[in-house]
Design a protein around this ligand. Structure first.
Ligand code: PRP
Length: 175
């Protein structure tokens, strides 16, 4: 059990299980994108650790770029609005794999997918470590999903509560 800003969390997904999920996704992407020179577009901040592990599990030439977006604004529930904090990467005519740590309501991804589709990529797929299907309100191109989880609040492995907990190697759930 750990405490972050007076909320208690218990271990939920171990670092070892995360590593296995990431390896599986990397193997799938390697097979699907051979000779396609994919561009990974990583949504900061939460995805930075997952993305770092994912691209190292991909054994083909690829590139990486970043964009910054936020929907939680310090709380434990998605706010329903997306704030884009950076310019969009140049995705025209590229095979894009949009990297997310978690798809919750789907709002962040639905907006980002729509923004990126407007820039005419050659293709667009999403790789997310975690997905909450019970609360997702959008139809999304979730080609690579590490694990489906119930709609609980989680931290660790890049995911935060009030900006804390991103450094935890395991993923924890709020008690
Ligand atoms: C989190 C997470 C996803 C998004 C998922 O980001 O990293 O991007 O929320 O929620 P949604 O499906 O309901 O939109 P957050 O807004 O907390 O920013 P952060 O990545 O900087 O922590």
């Amino acid at each position: 059990m750990i405490t972050i800003n007076e909320l208690q969390f218990k271990e939920y997904i171990s670092a070892q299980e995360i590593a296995e999920l990431v390896k599986t996704l990397g193997t799938q992407i390697t097979a699907d994108y051979n000779d396609k020179n994919p561009l990974f577009v990583v949504t900061l901040k939460g995805s930075f650790i997952f993305a770092a592990d994912l691209i190292r599990s991909v054994a083909i030439p690829c590139q990486v770029d970043f964009l910054s977006a936020s929907s939680y604004a310090g709380g434990t529930e998605s706010k329903g609005e997306l704030t884009l904090l950076s310019a969009l990467p140049n995705v025209r005519n590229r095979h894009i794999i949009l990297v997310e740590d978690i798809v919750d309501t789907g709002l962040t991804l639905s907006k980002l997918v729509s923004l990126l589709q407007n820039e005419e990529p050659a293709s667009l797929a999403v790789a997310t470590l975690l997905f909450k299907p019970e609360v997702c309100k959008f139809t999304l191109p979730l080609t690579y999903v590490g694990k489906e989880i119930p709609p609980d609040f989680i931290v660790g492995y890049g995911l935060d509560y009030a900006e804390y907990g991103r450094n935890l190697p395991d993923i924890y759930v709020k008690c």
